[in-house]
Design a protein around this ligand. Structure first.
Ligand code: NAD
Length: 321
């Protein structure tokens, strides 16, 4: 049996729901700097143990897993401390905020090869994207030569009124675009050759947050595929992952009002996508993470792929600055 400590109870409450379902989990400790929230959550679920601080959980020798869902700026320190204390780590994205922090995490992970760590880039569990991944594997698209992946956040209030907008140099790519970067890595498994990027701040400039709320990167991969990645936090648009994949034999388009596979030339056949989208739960990766600890099952988001997505986002940040 394993014991888990959860830090931060916004999306962390979903981590809690995920862990609670598993027979392999015995005790669940929780901590939130917002005491009111911690009390509310502790009343909703039976048997939770309340911590006194994040460190209290991280350094507790009874705890095997630390699940981090605090604000972004705390992730790196909490991860390093958890690994130092020999805990397996499930951490919300982004796992850190800059290259220096990423190198520290990488080094610490290398020094603790028996510890499992993953991150919550959850779109790999979406039935829609699993179907696309499967089609790519079966060469449905032929040779893919161009992809567009847009993260339309559409939740300006969370940037302007919440903690995100108060983070110095808040990066929309690290915060949200990373979901699309992770999809790209999963779909194509190629390395980045070069990146050109642009950004602006039309949606938040009046709020003086000094945040590039809209960022676009053109990426050339080593396999010569061209990718447009964009991350649009201020858009008047429902929260949505816009995806277009062009291959030599077929195209897929997912925009807000439609999602189709196109096939055939010169007469193009149109087939409606029939898989669920997004169809994900924020707790969707917890079971796999715990099974990786108990049975050494491969992680859905392996450590190297978690680090790779972070590295690409940081490179995009350099290109757009
Ligand atoms: N994977 C996803 O799809 C997804 C979705 C939403 C948020 N997130 C990530 O989850 C994290 C939390 O975001 P959220 O939307 O839940 O925010 P939130 O504001 O809803 O909740 C965060 C909670 O964590 C607490 N907290 C913050 N720092 C803490 C610390 N150092 N110690 C203890 N408690 C702390 C806050 O008091 C708050 O209750 C962020 O990193 C965010 O990027 C991921």
């Amino acid at each position: 049996m394993l014991n888990v400590g959860i830090i931060g109870l916004g999306v962390g409450e979903q981590h809690l729901i995920g862990f609670k379902k598993l027979k392999a989990i015995k005790d669940i400790y929780i901590f939130d700097i917002n005491k009111k929230k911690m009390k509310e959550v502790s009343k909703k679920y039976n048997g939770l143990i309340l911590g006194n601080s994040a460190e209290d959980l991280i350094e507790n020798t009874d705890i095997d897993i630390v699940s981090i869902a605090s604000f972004d700026q705390f992730h790196c320190r909490q991860i390093l401390n958890a690994l130092k204390n020999n805990k397996h780590v499930f951490c919300e994205k982004p796992i850190c905020q800059n290259s220096k922090e990423l190198n520290l995490i990488k080094k610490k992970l290398t020094s603790k090869p028996n510890l499992k760590m993953t991150t919550n880039t959850i779109l790999r569990t979406s039935p829609r994207f699993l179907d696309i991944k499967n089609k790519i594997r079966k060469k449905y698209f032929g040779e893919i030569y161009y992809i567009e992946l847009d993260y339309n956040y559409g939740r300006l209030h969370k940037l302007v009124g919440g903690w995100r907008g108060r983070i110095k140099d808040f990066s929309v790519f690290l915060s949200g675009g990373i979901h699309m970067v992770d999809l790209l890595n999963w779909f194509l498994d190629s390395e980045v050759d070069s990146i050109k990027g642009f950004s602006n701040d039309f949606c938040t400039k009046k709020n003086k947050l000094n945040i590039k709320d809209n960022a676009v990167a053109l990426v050339k991969l080593k396999n010569k595929v061209i990718v447009k990645l964009s991350c649009n936090f201020g858009c008047v648009y429902p929260h949505f992952h816009r995806v277009i994949i062009y291959g030599t034999n077929a195209t897929y388009e997912q925009s807000f009002s439609s999602e189709y596979f196109f096939k055939g030339r010169p007469n193009v056949n149109r087939k409606k996508a029939n898989t669920e989208y997004p169809g994900v739960k924020k707790s969707g990766l917890i079971k796999n993470f715990v099974e990786s600890i108990i049975y050494d099952k491969p992680l859905t988001i392996p450590k190297n792929e978690m680090l790779k997505a972070m590295k690409i986002c940081l490179k995009i940040n350099e290109a757009i600055s």
